[in-house]
Design a protein around this ligand. Structure first.
Ligand code: 13P
Length: 244
């Protein structure tokens, strides 16, 4: 997979202060020098840092994404919410939707579907997250679960050009455990058969130690990285090791 165009997407979740942005200088220097292969680096910081980060990355190839948004394209009386237009205005080109941490807070497929539609209309690229819980995996329901998430979450969206799928098994997130390589290959193959011509990324405990195994999975188009993306050195290590 190392000859391919690979996505590295850092999801900072609810971490990061204005001061943290200083550490990104290292990443900018690295990205400018590291021309071994084509890759795309995207940071999804908390909303408070989208704009300052987009200023820092202005003259670089690094893009920014939001981590979620409200489903309405219109402005309105929705305290605490931001919509897809606002994300774009702040400098985001991408947005993560359907993350299991938001599904856990009660976000349903139908609402995610409205968000996907709104974001595409606003011209954002969507990183659409799917994945099964440990219980569902044990019951051998993985494919059924992700099929359902795709069916409902991407309902009536014909043009999938601006959608990237992130397969993130819930049990692999923040646990230090990753699926077996054969298992992952099989699930990604299933997703790619189900949705033609989409990029499929893997997310869940990606770190500098396991990236050399994960990168060998032929059909993976990139990685959605949580914890390890908050440390510039770790993220640089992950990218370097993908191409070693
Ligand atoms: P970790 O890499 O911390 O397991 O998080 C994965 C994730 O949820 C990315 O969206």
């Amino acid at each position: 997979m190392t000859n391919k165009y690979i996505y590295f997407i850092g999801n900072w979740k609810m971490f990061g202060k204005y001061k943290t942005l200083k550490s990104l200088k290292k990443v900018i220097t690295f990205v400018k020098k590291f021309k071994k292969n084509k890759f795309r680096l995207i940071y999804c910081p908390p909303s408070t840092l989208i704009h300052p980060m987009s200023e820092i990355f202005k003259k670089t190839s690094i893009d920014i994404g939001g981590q979620n948004c409200h489903h309405s394209q219109n402005y309105g009386a929705y305290t605490g919410q931001i919509n897809s237009k606002m994300l774009k205005d702040a400098g985001a080109k991408y947005v993560i939707l359907g993350h299991s941490e938001n599904r856990l807070l009660g976000e349903k497929d139908e609402l995610i579907n409205l968000k996907v539609k709104s974001c595409i209309k606003s011209g954002l690229k969507v990183i659409f997250c799917i994945g099964e819980t440990f219980k569902q995996k044990k019951k051998k329901n993985t494919k059924k679960v992700i099929n359902n998430q795709i069916k409902k979450g991407l309902k009536k969206i014909k043009n999938k050009r601006n959608i990237l799928i992130a397969y993130e098994p819930v049990w692999a997130i923040g646990s230090g455990i990753t699926p077996k390589e054969t298992e992952l290959f099989d699930i990604i193959k299933y997703i790619k058969n189900r949705l033609k011509n989409v990029k499929v990324l893997y997310g869940g405990s990606v770190n500098p130690k396991n990236i050399q195994n994960l990168r060998r999975i032929e059909n993976v188009d990139g990685f959605l990285i949580g914890g390890a993306s908050q440390d510039s050195k770790n993220l640089i290590d992950i990218i370097k090791k993908t191409y070693n």
